[in-house]
Write a new protein. Sequence first.
Length: 406
Amino acid sequence: MNVRFENKAPTKVNPIAAVLCWLTVALEGFDLVALGAVIPTLLQTQHLGMDRPALTFAATISLVGVGVGAATVGPVADRFGRRLTLLACILSFSVFTALLPTAGTAISFALLRFLAGLGLGACMPVALTMMSEVAPPQHRAKASTLTMTGYHVGAVATSLLALAVTTDWHLIFYAGGIFGLALLPVMWFLLPESGHVTASERKPRLPLSTVLRGPYARANIGAWVGSFMGLLLVYGLNTWLPQIMRDAGYPLTAALNLLLLMNVGAVVGLLLAGWVADRSGIKRSVLVWFAAAAIFLAVLSIRMANPLLLNAAVFVTGIFVFSAQVLIYALITHLFASEIRGTALGLTSGIGRIGAIVGPAVTGTLVAAGSAYPWGFYVFAVVAVLGLLSVTVVPANIYDPQREDA
């Protein structure tokens, strides 16, 4: 491959870019919680005549939009630059989110969720790609995992907002849209362009088809499957963990607290994973994280009478489950040349989103069948093992002597 780079890799992280990318990822954390937080109110008030099937469709089509947005944004970002693409995606998400309370029918409600999802799905892979290029190569894993902590902070902030506004559900979506729109002028003036994309040269020197050829093909296949399995775990657990623990005989308050505790573990895991991966190798760390996730998910199938032991097990499970998938993003940013990195990361994120749709559906089927405990944890453990096996086919490095950012 004839790969040429104009600029050398940065020697330190750009703090302004890091904060703005973190805030972008926080928007996805907002969206993760927003609809789920208002569904009880929408059902109670019969807003637009929506029932459970209609709201299930709206939630599902939103995730479809996120997946399509993530999978298709890469070539745009690689061709026209990360900065303008990210601004356009945030604008799209913010406008359609703010318009959601004005929907006049259940169909238009779902359509606005889909359109908002398109913009949102494109935000995270572009933000992570940009972070990988404003951070030194030896800190790329840490850059990815630190950025992804914004996801969980956004989710927690939206949960607190939902508690504050109670039945005034429309305020949640107005707040999300206004936050995104307020972020735009700040990003316009302060967010730099990626170092490998200049104003005079927007076209990639590598054909985008390179993503699917040679050593990149093997990396893609493994990363796609790993991302699918990782997001299946994240969304399956976030959606159904309280109910699974209720089926296991734990009190409702304890079950809800366990979900919060697992997400606290997720933040700790993201901080720890990036630090470990930058020192021990990203691929090796992904394998360890998936292996540990499988072990601790299997452990949760054992009913624990000791609350401290149960809390510790759930916390440690959160450390490994949620950050295993994020490390795959870090591995992609490490392996792929800058000029096709956005495309590779977008495809990995987009295909992984299918797992985000499948996860709650599979777990929900087990719940409906009365088999969620302990079989839900057995299924999750197997999924983690499949994630581990998929990453084994991904090379630890793709060597190119002309790459200056490697």
